[in-house]
Design a protein around this ligand. Structure first.
Ligand SMILES: Cc1cc2nc3c(=O)[nH]c(=O)nc-3n(C[C@H](O)[C@H](O)[C@H](O)COP(=O)(O)O)c2cc1C
Length: 187
């Protein structure tokens, strides 16, 4: 295997895709697509990391209210995902334009997105400027999962149909090829 040294700002692939909802202090909700940098940080307490450019409207909303909701779309929502990542809530009402349904959250003010099978209500814990982005860390306060994507209390990937992102491309997920620990003591 010949490896080329490559100056690449996005060497980790693929990354999960999320629609993050926020709300203005006046109560107007917004949606931003994140996939460039969106990650689980810690499981307990559930902590989620997002890098949001300071120019994004969502950056100012999350800073102002200290709250956001992580919504995980299904692959058939790819057009909505792309749209919410190419226009600003300063100019358009993305709920209205996409037809997505806002759902009242339990612990935070930003709405959940009804069409997304998973929504995680988060409270902002920390913001750290890194390069030309701000890294937000949020603590999960409540997790909502559509029962129809569950299989024996686990998320069934064939039903959840998550999207992943690779350097400007949207991909669906592939095939189950193993389970955690399946080689234990048997290599
Ligand atoms: C697939 C995809 C992934 C994106 N990932 C990020 C990201 O991780 N961080 C970021 O600041 N912007 C990201 N963007 C760009 C924002 O979604 C975009 O600038 C959006 O229009 C900002 O909306 P707002 O101004 O309403 O907050 C991404 C866009 C797309 C389409």
């Amino acid at each position: 295997m010949m490896k080329r040294s490559w100056v690449l700002s996005r060497p980790l692939y693929p990354t999960p895709v999320a629609l993050i909802t926020s709300i203005s202090p006046e109560g107007k909700p917004n949606i931003i697509t994140l996939a460039e940098v969106f990650m689980p940080c810690v499981r307990d307490p559930l902590t989620i990391g997002l890098a949001i450019n300071p120019t994004r409207y969502s950056n100012s909303l999350i800073r102002a209210t200290g709250e956001f909701v992580v919504n995980i779309p299904t692959d058939d929502m790819v057009r909505i995902v792309d749209y919410c990542g190419t226009v600003s809530g300063r100019d358009v009402d993305k709920f209205k334009m996409t037809g997505l349904t806002p759902e009242v959250a339990v612990k935070v003010k930003p709405p959940m997105i009804k069409e997304c099978p998973v929504s995680i209500e988060c409270r902002l814990k920390q913001v750290t400027p890194i390069g030309y982005h701000d890294f937000f860390m949020g603590e999960g306060l409540a997790v909502h999962v559509d029962e129809t994507i569950l299989n024996e209390n686990k998320i069934d990937m064939n039903k959840a149909k998550p999207l992943v992102y690779n350097l400007g491309e949207y991909w669906t997920c592939g095939t189950l090829i193993g389970k955690h620990g399946f080689t234990h003591g048997k290599f």
